[in-house]
Design a protein around this ligand. Structure first.
Ligand code: ZN
Length: 185
C-alpha cells in the first residue's frame, strides 16, 4: 500500500463529477486500500476518490469502527436533520456547522462489487453525505451562508500563507503536529 497525496481546495478535480466504477479488479482494489491507508494516516474518518485526484465513484469511511467502502453510492432515503461541525481533509483546519439529514440509507457496492445497503444515523450519516457530495463535486463549504463561507475561505487563505500547491503530502511528522479533531472527512 502507499500513501496518496490529498488534493486541496482550489484543485479542479474536487469540483468534477466522478464516473461510475465498472471494474472492481485488482487495480481498483489497490486504490481502495491506498485510500484507507491515506485516510488513517491523515486521521480522517472519510475520504473520497477526487480528494486523491481520481475520478472513480468511490469513497471510504471509518466512523467509530464502522468501516465501509462505498462504490457508486446513492442515497435512497433521507430523514430528519442534524446540525454539527464538519471539516474536510481537503480544507484542513477549517471547520463549520453544516445541516445534514439525521438518517440516510445508502445503496452502493462494496470493494468486491457486491451490493450493500447502509442504514446510518448521526456521525456516520453525516460522513456518508459528505463523502457522497465529494463524488459529485460538492464541498461542505457550499452549504454555508455567504458570511460564514467568506470567513471559512479567509481562514483557509490565512492558513495557506501564500502556498499555492494543490496537493498536500501526508507524512508522519505532519500527522503528529497537526491538531485536528479527528473530524475531517
Ligand atoms: Zn471532505
Amino acid at each position: 500500500m502507499s500513501l496518496l497525496d490529498i488534493y486541496v481546495l482550489g484543485a479542479p478535480i474536487l469540483r468534477e463529477e466522478t464516473r461510475p466504477v465498472t471494474d472492481v479488479g485488482p487495480v481498483f482494489q489497490k486504490l481502495v486500500d491506498d485510500m484507507f491507508e491515506t485516510m488513517y494516516a491523515a486521521k480522517g474518518i472519510g475520504l473520497a476518490a477526487p480528494q486523491v485526484g481520481r475520478t472513480e465513484r468511490v469513497a471510504v469511511v471509518d466512523v467509530e469502527g464502522a468501516r465501509h467502502v462505498i462504490v457508486n453510492p446513492e442515497i435512497v432515503l433521507r430523514e430528519g436533520s442534524q446540525k454539527g461541525e464538519e471539516g474536510c481533509l481537503s480544507i484542513p483546519d477549517v471547520y463549520a456547522d453544516v445541516d445534514r439529514a439525521m438518517r440516510v440509507v445508502v445503496k452502493a457496492q462494496d470493494r468486491e462489487g457486491k451490493p450493500i445497503e447502509i442504514d446510518a444515523t448521526e456521525l456516520l450519516a453525516r460522513c456518508l453525505q459528505h463523502e457522497i457530495d465529494h463524488l459529485h463535486g460538492k464541498l461542505f463549504i457550499d452549504y454555508l451562508g455567504l458570511l460564514k463561507r467568506r470567513a471559512a475561505l479567509k481562514k483557509w487563505e490565512k492558513l495557506r500563507a501564500g502556498d499555492k500547491s494543490l496537493t498536500r503530502t501526508i507524512e508522519a511528522l505532519e500527522v503528529a503536529q497537526h491538531h485536528h479533531r479527528d473530524e475531517e472527512l
